[in-house]
Each structure stands twice: as structure tokens, then as C-alpha cells.
Design a protein. Structure first.
Length: 645
């Protein structure tokens, strides 16, 4: 009997499944390897994006991710150029405004790949943009893309901020770079140097702060115009030597407003070698010398023959610059001397500028040709004259008046003040004398009213002539001083004195003058006789007579004006007149107020217990002009005030 094989079908089924899995894995691996090979071949024949530029075909500016660009700095009619390398046939470019969310797509099939396409000019204005570009192996952006790049940037109509490139010592022509921590001999720096903050890009102002680290002193300035310098306006450095910290900040707008663009902080040291000084200037010829004194006048005949100006120096020096100006003609002369003796004219030549008034300035330097450290300067003004001084013998002397108080008894009549010389005047041959009548104005100036060369008196009549006057005597040479130049009612006695002194005239004016008063007649007292027809005496008239008294001659004696230290204010006064007077320790000052016709209306006393101050109540006085007489055991004087309610 034939045996049957045992059934083992389940084992065979499992084996078949296992073989199928192995075959599937092998197939998948083969497919993956084939696909990688295809992609590798595609990479070999596909290009890449290397960057972006703003361009117009002639000039370009590279775009960096996150950069900010001022449209005015970019090429005219620019577009965005996608830079590629390798093989590509098309590009898709997407531009998005990140401020507004708006975006645009374009497709380019020809190099260069640009946005806007075809090399058209950018028309999207300022903003914050994102550009995404993809390049393809085939036209119309078909197939796989070869490469993709994305970049962001800002475009603005506002210029971008500039920056500080460094600091230099400069005078506008020559420069020396400043290094942080450097030391510099002033003698090696440009003449009249300043510190210049060198900038590039857009800035409108700078703030400079300088600290002397030796003394702690701090100096600052603000500059709104290039170059940004310290001192401002290209002025020469004036802070001397030492170690300095220099801080500068530059800003986008004027007056250090808005964005701070850049900042720099340097430390440097300035020093100088020992310098000499100018001890004096001399007129000399090498043998005889005359020291120059500022403001002096020198007679040509008294100076050494063939003289020149010599700058006498002590200590180290290498050169001196002479600057000479004729202040009368404004002509200027300048020379540099590099060898001792330092002279003007150079080389010890004889003075050749003649006579006149000259300002002579000598500047000494530590190096040749005056282009190093300024060690010392000496400036004087002198006059050289060839006219011998002539002693002026004219002397006005003193005068006496016939009276100190001149009443006009009848306002329609004429009265005269007579003047006599006291015998001490000196009137040289060819000279003449004149009497001058003046009257003080409210400012205390003696205004000239009249003058006479032929009379020894002045006459007065009418109410308009009442007041305080002074008489002066003038001795003068009619050939050099014309009295017709005196403008009556305007020229003052001081003006005449200044005219004499400023023109070096030989004349003598008694400037203070002798004071006197022209007053109205005193009022008649009311009669108290019972035989009077009316028999009626009115109280107001009696009161006036009681309150006011007639001024005596003693009270108006002529005195020197010792009131230069007095203040009267306000003048005109309406309520109170303030009086301030510097008094001596034991001085008691009495004051009396007189009306213009010489009647006493007020009186009082003050001393140092009130520090020489008092108030005069003028409320009871009528509007008009009044005389205040001040009198103490040391002095007396008078002042004129006006009351105006």
C-alpha cells in the first residue's frame, strides 16, 4: 500500500510570502537609486541664484538682506536684477510690500531676469519689500525649479544716516590724523589748527564734548554746517596742552535732532617744547636804544639815527613775525625773521615808514617761519612825530562875579552880571579871551547859552531868563579855535574841553565855572495897618509870606560842585524825591528847597544813620523848577529838580 506524504502547505505559503517581500524591497531600492541618479543629472544641468542688485544696465548697487537704501542714492531708473550662474531658461519673481501686504508676480524667459520685467524702471516707491525668485531649467517656468532665494530690504525717500570716519587736526589746508591714545607736539601740527570730525554719508549736525582730563574742565559746541569742528567756525584751538577726551556725536537733522547716526570717543595728548618770551620792543641802531612804551609819542629827532625796531627775547625761539599797521592810513606791513636779532625792517634795515601812529605786533614761535607753537606776543601802539612839542602857556585863571544872586526887580527891566578877571589868567600873544555863559540841564550838563569876546557882562530880562547859571572864562587862539563852531543851546562846556584836548589845541577853559542865580522879585507882604482902605487881609497871602522866606545871598554863595556822588530820582518827581548821597563819617547834611524866584519852600536834614538816604515829600509843591541847596560843615552845592504831578 502506497504512503501519502504529509501535508505541509502552510510552510510553503510562508516561504512564498517571504520571497515576495524580498523582491519588493529590491525593486524599491532599485527605483530609488534610479531617481537619485536622475536628480543628480538634473543638478548638473541647472543653474543657481547668486544675488540681487539695483541696476539700470550701466551702474548697480548690491542688495543685502535687511539693508536700507535711500532712493536718491540708487542708479537712475533702476530695476531689480536677479543674478544667476549656471544653466537656466526662465525665472519667476514675486515682490511683496510688507507694509501694505500687496504683491506682484512676473515671469521672465530671457536673461537678465529683472523686476519689473524687461528692464523697466522701478515704480513701486519706498517701502519694506520681500523678493522671492525661482529659476527654472525650462521656458515658462515649467519643470522643477533649479534654485530659490528670498531677500528683504527697505527703500526710503529719507537719506540714510552717515558715519564718523575719524578725527584730524586741520587748518583747512593741512591735516594730521588723530589716533586714539596718540600724543602730538603742537609745534608739528598745522598753524592755527582745530579738530575736524570727518564724516561720510548723510548728517546734518554734530555735538562735540571735550574734557581736559588733567583739570576736569569740560567744553562743548554744536555744529550744523560741515566741517564739524572744535572750536566751531574753524576757529583756532585755544585749550592749550594736556590730555583730552574728545567725544563727537553726529545726527541726521539740524541742532542734534532725530536719529544719532554715529559716535566716537578718542583720547589724545597735546604737548609743546619749552618756549621763550618777548621781554620788550626797542628802537635801536645797534648802539643806542630806546624802549618802546605803549601809547607813547616819540620825536623823530630824539630817536637813534637809522633806527629799527628790535624784539628782545629770552628763552628758546626760532622765528618772529612783525605786523605793523599805520592806524591813520590803515596800511599794513608784515615780515618774518628767522634769525636773532629779530628786527623790523628785516636784517636791521632803517625804519622806512615815516611818521604817524603805528600798531606794532611781534609774535614769537618755537619753529622757523612761524608755523609752529606760538610762544609769546607783544602788541603796542606808538606815535612817531617830527613836530617838536610846544609848551602851551595859555591859562584861563579865575574870575569873580558882581553878585551871586541877581534879582530882576521888574520883569520888564534888564539886569546885568558883571565879570572881572582875578589877575591870574595868562593870555599869550595872538590869543584872546572869551566869557561863556552856561546853564545846567536836567542831566547836569552845562549847556552853553551865550558867549562874548568884547563884553565883561551878561544881561538878563523877563521871566524866561530866571534860573541857575555859570560863567566860564576861555583863553584861546582864534587861528586854531573858531567860537562860531559852538552851537548855542546844544554845545556843552565839556564838549569845548573835549574839542581842545582831542585836537591838542593850545587853549584853556575854566570848565566848572562860577555859579549865580537870576531870580524874580520877592512878593510884597500883605499890609496889616488898620488904616488900610479895605481893612481886610486875606489869609492865603499871609500864609504864603509865613511859609516862604526870601533867599539870602549867603545861601547862594558860589561853591564847587561836590555832588558827583549824589543821586536824585525820579526827576521830574511827582510824590517823593529820593536823595542818595555818599556822606563822610561825621557829616550831617542839611537841604533847603527854593522855588525859582528864590523862596524857601522845604527843608530837612539827614546823616549816615540812614546811610545817606532820604525822601523829600514834594506833594505840596506846585509843578515847576526848584533848586535844592545841600550844605554841611564840610561842603555845599546845589541841584536843580523838576516837580511834575
Amino acid at each position: 500500500m502506497k504512503q501519502k506524504l504529509p501535508k505541509k502547505l502552510p510552510q510553503v505559503k510562508r516561504l512564498q510570502n517571504f520571497l515576495a517581500v524580498i523582491l519588493l524591497c529590491f525593486s524599491l531600492q532599485s527605483y530609488a537609486t534610479t531617481e537619485e541618479t536622475l536628480i543628480s543629472n538634473e543638478d548638473t544641468w541647472c543653474g543657481s541664484i547668486s544675488g540681487f542688485k539695483f541696476s539700470n544696465g550701466n551702474s548697480s548697487t548690491t542688495i543685502t538682506n535687511g539693508g536700507e537704501y535711500y532712493i536718491g542714492d540708487l542708479p537712475n531708473n533702476f530695476y531689480i536684477n536677479v543674478l544667476v550662474s549656471g544653466y537656466s531658461r526662465s525665472a519667476r519673481i514675486k515682490v511683496k510690500n510688507l507694509y501694505t501686504g500687496q504683491y506682484a508676480y512676473i515671469q521672465e524667459n530671457y536673461l537678465p531676469y529683472t523686476f519689473p520685467n524687461g528692464g523697466s524702471a522701478w515704480s513701486y516707491g519706498p517701502g519694506y519689500y520681500e523678493i522671492e525668485a525661482k529659476i527654472y531649467k525650462y521656458n515658462s517656468c515649467s519643470g522643477w525649479y533649479c534654485d530659490k532665494e528670498k531677500i528683504r530690504f527697505k527703500l526710503t525717500n529719507t537719506p540714510s544716516c552717515g558715519e564718523i570716519d575719524g578725527l584730524v587736526f586741520s587748518n583747512g589746508t593741512n591735516t594730521v590724523n588723530i589716533s586714539n591714545g596718540g600724543s602730538y607736539d603742537i609745534a608739528t601740527l598745522p598753524y592755527n589748527f582745530y579738530v575736524d570730525v570727518v564724516v561720510s554719508g548723510m548728517t546734518d549736525s554734530a555735538y562735540n564734548k571735550i574734557k581736559n582730563l588733567n583739570t576736569g574742565q569740560v567744553y562743548t559746541n554744536t555744529e550744523n554746517i560741515l566741517p564739524y569742528t572744535y572750536p566751531g567756525g574753524n576757529g583756532a584751538w585755544s585749550l592749550g596742552t594736556g590730555t583730552f577726551q574728545f567725544i563727537s556725536k553726529v545726527y541726521k537733522y539740524d541742532n542734534c535732532y532725530g536719529t544719532q547716526c554715529d559716535y566716537i570717543c578718542y583720547t589724545f595728548t597735546l604737548y609743546e617744547q619749552n618756549c621763550g618770551d618777548i621781554t620788550e620792543l626797542q628802537f635801536t641802531n645797534g648802539t643806542e636804544t630806546t624802549t618802546l612804551t605803549d601809547g607813547a609819542t616819540y620825536q623823530l629827532s630824539d630817536l637813534p639815527s637809522n633806527f629799527y625796531v628790535d624784539a628782545i627775547v629770552s628763552g628758546a625761539s626760532e622765528s618772529v613775525r612783525f605786523e605793523v599797521e599805520n592806524v591813520e592810513t590803515n596800511q599794513q606791513y608784515s615780515i618774518i625773521e628767522n634769525y636773532i636779532p629779530y628786527t623790523y625792517p628785516a636784517g636791521g634795515g632803517s625804519w622806512n615808514l615815516g611818521t604817524g601812529t603805528f600798531e606794532i605786533k611781534a609774535s614769537m614761535y618755537s619753529g622757523n617761519y612761524c608755523n609752529s607753537t606760538l610762544c609769546d606776543e607783544e602788541t603796542i601802539t606808538i606815535t612817531i612825530s617830527d613836530i617838536e612839542d610846544v609848551t602851551c602857556e595859555a591859562d584861563s585863571g579865575t574870575i569873580s562875579l558882581s553878585t551871586n544872586t541877581l534879582p530882576i526887580l521888574d520883569l520888564s527891566s534888564t539886569v546885568a552880571i558883571n565879570i572881572s578877571l582875578n589877575g591870574d589868567a595868562v593870555v599869550p600873544s595872538g590869543f584872546d579871551k572869551a566869557f561863556i555863559l552856561s546853564q545846567p540841564n536836567l542831566n547836569g550838563e552845562l549847556v552853553i547859552k551865550r558867549w562874548t569876546r568884547t563884553s565883561n557882562s551878561f544881561t538878563f530880562s523877563g521871566l524866561q531868563d530866571l534860573g541857575v547859571y555859570r560863567v566860564h572864562v576861555l583863553v584861546f587862539n582864534p587861528a586854531t579855535l573858531d567860537l562860531a563852531t559852538i552851537q548855542l543851546q546844544q554845545t556843552t562846556a565839556t564838549d569845548v574841553e573835549n574839542l581842545i584836548s582831542s585836537n591838542n589845541l593850545c587853549a584853556s577853559l575854566e570848565e566848572v565855572g562860577v555859579q549865580f542865580l537870576v531870580i524874580a522879585p520877592p512878593p510884597k507882604q500883605a499890609s496889616t495897618n488898620n488904616d488900610d482902605a479895605s481893612g481886610d487881609v486875606k489869609d492865603p497871602i499871609v500864609k504864603d509870606v509865613i511859609i516862604e522866606k526870601e533867599a539870602t545871598e549867603e545861601e547862594f554863595k558860589p561853591v564847587l560842585d561836590n555832588s558827583t556822588d549824589i543821586k536824585l530820582y525820579p526827576n521830574p518827581a511827582s510824590n517823593n524825591l529820593n536823595v542818595e548821597l555818599l556822606l563822610l563819617d561825621a557829616e550831617v547834611m542839611h537841604y533847603t528847597v527854593y522855588s525859582i524866584n528864590g523862596k524857601q519852600v522845604l527843608r530837612g536834614t539827614f546823616d549816615n544813620s540812614t546811610f545817606g538816604k532820604t525822601k523829600v515829600d514834594v506833594n505840596s509843591l506846585s509843578n515847576g523848577l526848584y533848586i535844592i541847596n545841600f550844605k554841611s560843615n564840610f561842603r555845599s552845592f546845589s541841584k536843580k529838580v523838576q516837580v511834575l504831578h
